[in-house]
Design a protein around this ligand. Sequence first.
Ligand SMILES: [Zn+2]
Length: 1114
Amino acid sequence: MAEEEGSGLQVLLSTLQGSSDKAAILTILQLLGDLLSVGTDRRIHYMISKGGSEALLQTLVDTARTTSPDYDILLPLFRLLAKVGLRDKKFGQKALELEALDVTLILARKNLSHSHKLLHCLWALRVFASSVTTGAMLGINGAMELLFKVITPYTRKRTRTIRTATEVLAVLLKSRSNSRRAVNRGYVISLLRLHQDWHSHDTANTYVLIRRGLLLCLKRITTLSSGREAFLAAQGMESLFSIIQNCLDNESMEPVISAVLQILRQCYPKSPLPLVTTCSAYAFLGTESIHSEPCCAAAEEDFEDDGDEEMDKDSDLEDVKEQDDDLETDVEKLTFKPGLDRPEEELKQYEAMCLELSYGFEELQSKLRNDLNFEDVQSANHHHIPTAAPLQQHRLNEDQSSRRKEGEHTVQTSLLSMVKMGRSTAHLSSKKRLDVNTYQNVSPSGTGVDTLGSDISGIQDFLEEDIEVISCPGMNASFSSSVRPRETVGVIDKLLHARPKHIPFHDPYLYMAKARRTRSVVDFKMVAFPDLWGHHPPPFSQSMLERKRGIQRIKISEDVRRLIQPRDVINRVVFSLDEPWPLQDPASNCLRFFSKFESGNLRKAIQVREFEYDLLINADVNSAQHQQWFYFKVSGMRAAIPYRFNIINCEKPNSQFNYGMQLTLYSVKEALLGRSTWTRTGHDICYYKNHYRQSAAATGGASGKCYYTLTFTVTFPHSEDVCYLAYHYPYTYTALMTHLEILEKSINPKKIYFRQETLCQTLGGNPCPLVTITAMPESNSTDDLEQFRHRPYQVITARAHPGESNASWVMKGTLEFLISNDPVARLLRESFIFKIIPMLNPDGVINGNHRCSLRGEDLNRQWLAPKAHLQPTIYHAKGLLQYLSSIGRGPVVFCDFHGHSQKKNVFIYGCSIKETLWQANCAVGTSAVLEDISYRTLPKILDKLAPAFTMSSCSFLVEKSRASTARVVVWREMGVSRSYTMESSYCGCNQGPYKGLQFGTSELEEMGAMFCLGLLILELKSGNCSHRLLARAAALLNAEEDALNHHLQRCNRSNTSDLDDEPACMEEIDYNSEGNSDQDGSIAELDRQIQECAFSQDEGEEEDGTGQGRNTIL
Ligand SMILES: [Zn+2]
């Protein structure tokens, strides 16, 4: 703002306040009006800062208090007041102090029949009322009664004034005292009747905004419990519900429908979850439970969520919480803090886990000579790069226990050829996107030939068998790998025998054997069929689900219908971990559910209507929360019927299910037909807050926690099938143990040093595996052993959070790549020693937890001071890292793989002091802080290599709330500057070659392999890599120049689009009135009204044909 303009404005304002000359005042008002109608809001804010509001208000009071108020001055003055007042947060308070409320109310009363003048008064009242305290004062002074004189039943006259009056009333009702007054005076019934009257007469939807105004008033009043009672007593639910029937998709009714739904949801009686207790159905008694999470029985009680105290608060006083509050600003806590959290002697135990540093390899030389050609014959078996294409490649390793002839293996493209293009380069046709449900195009009758071309006629016979028996075999099944060929005892046995062996790195016999050794809290006796039989990545990527317009309101309307039209509501428990349930008539159409198997966690299923079920997920063991992950079996379905499922005890306020993500489904019949695949499935998916609340008692008196519903509709591919549904592609602990054994068996021990050992036992009694991978030394000569032992370490961990199965699929890709015959993998093994802990929380995974350990603790918040007897896996993972540090062998990179439920793509969180301090505006003295910026190199490399990865979602800020995560502790206590968390979306990508696609397991595995390639390139760029490695890598990379250089040489890719934030959901997800969503855009809207009216004032009153107002001036 220019100086002159500023001082000019001040002169105008002081002249205005001191003047009693009409011409002078009019001139100034004209000037101010012109000045403020152009340019940005900055001018208005400047004027406010110079006392503009006070000057205008004083002029109003002075003018209004004259014996015959001059409307030539008052009307332009009101327009200016409204304009300025909307932007002045303290306007209401100023108006109160200058006594502008009373004069405005008096003017409004005088002009009740003169709608043009009245309208101007209403605008002023509206901006006064935007301060809740001032609104309450207006209420005391009779503003609501005044407005009810303006708001009439249906008319085509004065509609602009009526509409504004409804809006002013809605703003006044933000004050609880006003709302209470409204309830006491019976305004709820009046408003409902007025709305009904307008609704039934306004058939052309001309006055939708008046109806919306009335509804906003009701919405405000019903935030009070007394308001809701009055609303329910007045049959408000029924009345509003019937109004929106048959017009849910009418766009012109949009403002009405959204307000009605908000009210219906707000007034739907709150109730506790239909559970005996919110505490997990599974309890672990092995160690004292520290968690004092209240596990109260969910009792019927008052779900009051508003107090009776006067709680009027000015919204402008509730300053927006500083966004970066959580950033660590204590430089002390951001700097390297070496030190041990345990006695130094304790570190000695980890020497045994680093045998590679001491082992002599005496056996090496002689054996190598005898077996020179071994490598070439064998290693083709392990050349596995996770990609779905061409599919035949997956038939490598068909059966790892019996090695196959070299000639049968097609050698696939190197990882380098897939850089940044992903699977698309290898298999362009896979770009084809599948719609909604992959199964919809599949004929229910099998062809006898599976998608891989294998003959599966042998197993099709089993479709005639009792599929329930097959679908969830008991662990005591007779077969074992030693007797399998001849035994004919169980149907499972025969089935497995007939099974085409085409899934790489999977063996059902081994899986079953491992499953028997997996220890669960409640001793699972069954194995889920998909885990036993195996998953084959689908040949096509699946695109994200397009959200159907209005789907959320349709679903919510169906939910409300349960209350209002309960005729078809069944409400019958059909499955529960807590209680017995009545046996269903087998002839009924009722679905059957089951979840007592590894990683399964359905707690209860309630049939709500014929084809609709409410489901509840079990809380994490020894906890009453963290419901997000789900995995269960469902059977007894009929094909071609859309079944609606509602998971009603979700906890997160939003979900990728609102942004294109689908759940996963595995059909046993499809598997028997040769398509053993988890596919994304479900339509009409949305996620919203429901009417269930945790009782206040259970939260220690605080207002009850809200729950959310994930609703989806599944049309199953076959009748009488058995299907498994899951939040994401399951990956069990048993799957990991099976996988590791197969990996170990399949490597060439002459070339690859692969050691699997037990890091520690978990609380639940399961071994937590630690894997070491590197290349064998070329000989046991001193030089070779020296090179071998001095390879830098890389440490990778995953699955601290059990619900993040995506992290395991990335880890699977990492492991398979590292032992593969890909030239990059060979270089990596020769350059590094990999220490990998693929599952930091086996117990959580086994017992179907989403977030926690058996003690109900988030293990990724335990790294600061883990205890051996409480968090053994974290204690020993940290111990191992401390040991490596203590001998000067801290890792080049530490990375912990996770899954992310709110964002798309794959990205990394790292740690930077400078970025954190800058972001927190604590840059003072940061120039003295020395920081190596190499922590950014790896993510930058991955951004260029990996199709799913994006730098734009990476962050290097250190938050206080993350002080006890692996990433921060390894960075700060062990001085590992490249200490990361790598997050993979549960959903998919919104950038790069996979844009618009959901992740399949192949893309996740590919990410794991690309991560390894990133480590190699990081080493090449580091400058301290050996000439030998550089030369070999250069030769390799040059050979793949087309594929790689092109991408590596590209300078910073432009990442202009901000991928961090989801686009706004088409529908409001939250429905409580905490937000002021209905006020959004009101500034622009009121501006428009004022502008419009200012220009039309000479035309007389809009639609006020009688001129009634003018006959009764003053
Ligand atoms: Zn996580």
